[in-house]
Design a protein around this ligand. Sequence first.
Ligand SMILES: [Fe+2]
Ligand SMILES: [Fe+2]
Length: 474
Amino acid sequence: MTINYSEKIPNNVNLANDRTLQRALEHWQPHFLQWWHEMGPTDFEKAEVYLRTATSVDAKGWATYGAVHMPEYRWGIFLADAVPERKIGFGDAMGQSVWQQVPGEYRSTLRRLIVTQGDTEPASVEQQRLLGHTCPSLYDLRNLFQVNVEEGRHLWAMVYLLHAYFGRDGREEAEELLARHSGDSDKPRILITFNEPISDWLSFYCFTYFTDRDGKYQLKSLAESSFDPLSRSCRFMLTEEAHHMFVGETGIGRVVKRTLEVMKELGTDDPARIRAHGAVDLPLLQKYLNFWCSSSVDLFGSEISSNSAANFANGLKGRPDEEQYEDHVLRGATLRMESPDGKGGIRTEDVPMLNALNEVMRESYLKDCEIGLKRWNRAIERAGQGFRLTLPSPHFRRSIGAWAGLPVTPQGKLISRAEYDKRLPDWVPSESDRAFVRSLMQKVAEPGKMAAWVAPPERGINNLPVDYEYVHLA
Ligand SMILES: [Fe+2]
Ligand SMILES: [Fe+2]
């Protein structure tokens, strides 16, 4: 199924056949564009950006590439192809037909799931809106804008579901998605991580590595949903999401590469000397990883959760890649879990698996996070350096769940509050670390040129050379 670009809203959902829905979305469209103008990337509306735009859901060629002005990007509504006679794949109704409409009893829960996912999409665009001014290269600038326009499209994907399946409440929620803003004291975004400022590119790479990967896991679990339009929507969003994590993984990899070059050139691993040379020392990078990883693991929610149990049992939200498991009902299954005992120690307990699914998701997420670390550490090892990057313990610096607010080291050890407070600046970026990173952020906008703190990428976008003019600044 190709997408009809002659319509105001490109779509493969037959919008032309539903005039009421089409009118409602055409009414929302100018509000979205106004939001983009006010809250999207600042000062780049006249720039021509080499962007990919989704034009079909065909696995062989779903996107076209070309130079566009971002406000003219064709944000559209695309669902992955329906799986014929798809059956519910998990929970108590397993094996029954999936739903093409929202069952009345799950209406508010499904709406909440869609709104929570939808809220993260514009939030990240808001978080990143100033980054263009300090881009390390035109290649990076283009990638930033690619991620931004696609998060905008992900918002469209969720707004379509709200408008098409949730009537008036859905339309109101769609307006609210444009009314909350990242970091706003009156109307913040729903989840904490999406209110953290992303004011430098090291944070941007970490965000796309850790937080977009949380997005991948949320989308994968919603792609399992019995509510078929949600499933199909998320399946297509995952196609775009892969590039966001690529930006993070290769971004951090390029920082590591550049740092290793500087270490070799200076013949030292002394952070002060590396910083004086305008590069990011590895312990500093580790602090950024600690910050963004610990913030992102909170997004999976409490270790023990009756909501996650109900969402699974009712078939609303599955586990990522549900087909990898044998038991899809989980009645009677348990998971062994370590929890704080409230007296400064740790106890081990068996928790009903249905209540432990947030933890199951968090564990598979962290396993996925390890892949990049292995790659970066291999580069460090090959350069003959002893430092190793690690993921912090999932109990470190938590604000949600059993470990919330507890003084735990990045290695997972429970320590005294006084010691924790004293050592925290060694584990996450301190004010002076952040000031140093900010001092590196100077705009480089000549084709092929790179900022001194990051190595060039191995290849360009869509087989173009690295020195291609990916953004033509007005
Ligand atoms: Fe997204
Ligand atoms: Fe993303």
